[in-house]
Design a protein around this ligand. Structure first.
Ligand code: ZN
Ligand code: FE
Length: 254
C-alpha cells in the first residue's frame, strides 16, 4: 500500500511524496520546488527515485531538475510535453503504466488545461494524481485546450470508482465552493460540503484529497450533464459540452 505525504509548496500548490514500502521506492509528484520535497523525504528517511510530472507549468515542474541533479532520480513526464520539460527520462502517454515498486499507475491523457496534461491513477491504491485537470469542486482553466477536450477528459476521470481519492495540484477549494454554490444552489450535498470546507480552511487544514464519489455529486464541472444545472443556466436543450463551456466561462469571470 502506497504511503502518501502531501507537501504544501509555493503558497497554494500541493506536491506529493509517494512511498512504496515493499521495494522502498519513493516518487515526488509535481515538485514545483525541490526544498520542501527533499525535507519531507528526509524526515521519513526516504530517497526520491522518481519524479512524476502532470504538465509543463512552472509551479508543477520547477524543482524537478534540482531533484534529479541531487538524487539521480528518473523524471517521468507527458510525451506531448517533451519539448517543454528538460531531461525527461521516461515519456508517457495514454494508457501506459508507470511502475513504482510493487504498485503502478495508469496514465490518462487529459488535455484541456494544457494540451499535454496527464494524470496518474494508482489503481490498487485508489489514488488519482489529477494535477490541474480535476480540482476539489473545480477544474483547471482552459489555457491550451478546448471545452470539448476538457469535458471529455473530466468525463473519463468521472468514470473511475467512487472511492478514488483525488490528489489535485492546488488548494483552491474554498473559492471553488463559493462558485459551485452559485451554479448549483439547491444541491444539499454541495451545501453541506461547502460548510465542511469553510471549517477546514478556518482551522488551516487541507481540503485535499477529496473523494471522487463526492466530486461526482457536488463538483459542477462534473455535473454539466445534469438537466437541473442546464436548466438553471438557461441551456435546457443544449448538449452537456455547451453547459460545461458556460460553467467554465462563468468561473473565469467569477
Ligand atoms: Zn497548471
Ligand atoms: Fe498549477
Amino acid at each position: 500500500m502506497l504511503d502518501i505525504v502531501q507537501v504544501p509548496i509555493l503558497g497554494d500548490n500541493y506536491a506529493y511524496l509517494l512511498h512504496e514500502p515493499d521495494e522502498g521506492v519513493t516518487a515526488a509528484v509535481d515538485p514545483g520546488e525541490a526544498g520542501p520535497l527533499l525535507a519531507a523525504a528526509d524526515a521519513h528517511g526516504w530517497t526520491i527515485s522518481y519524479v512524476l510530472l502532470t504538465h509543463h507549468h512552472a509551479d508543477h515542474i520547477a524543482g524537478a531538475q534540482a531533484l534529479r541533479d541531487l538524487t539521480g532520480c528518473t523524471i517521468v513526464a507527458p510525451l506531448a510535453d517533451l519539448g517543454r520539460i528538460e531531461n525527461v527520462d521516461v515519456a508517457v502517454s495514454d494508457g501506459e503504466t508507470v511502475s513504482l515498486g510493487a504498485t503502478h499507475a495508469v496514465v490518462f491523457e487529459t488535455p484541456g488545461h494544457t494540451s499535454g496534461h496527464v494524470v496518474y491513477w494508482f489503481v490498487a491504491d485508489d489514488a488519482l494524481f489529477s494535477g490541474d485537470t480535476l480540482f476539489a469542486l473545480g477544474c483547471g482553466r482552459l489555457f491550451e485546450g478546448t471545452a470539448e477536450q476538457m469535458w471529455e477528459s473530466l468525463s473519463r476521470l468521472r468514470a473511475l470508482p467512487d472511492e478514488t481519492r483525488v490528489y489535485c495540484g492546488h488548494e483552491y477549494t474554498a473559492a471553488n465552493a463559493r462558485f459551485a454554490r452559485s451554479i448549483d444552489p439547491d444541491n444539499a450535498a454541495l451545501a453541506e460540503r461547502a460548510e465542511e470546507i469553510a471549517k477546514l480552511r478556518e482551522a488551516k487544514q487541507p481540503t485535499v484529497p477529496s473523494i471522487l464519489g463526492v466530486e461526482k455529486a457536488t463538483n459542477p464541472f462534473l455535473r454539466a450533464d445534469e438537466p437541473e444545472i442546464a436548466k438553471r443556466l438557461g441551456l435546457d436543450d443544449a448538449p452537456p459540452v455547451a453547459v460545461f463551456a458556460e460553467i467554465r466561462k462563468r468561473k473565469d469571470a467569477f
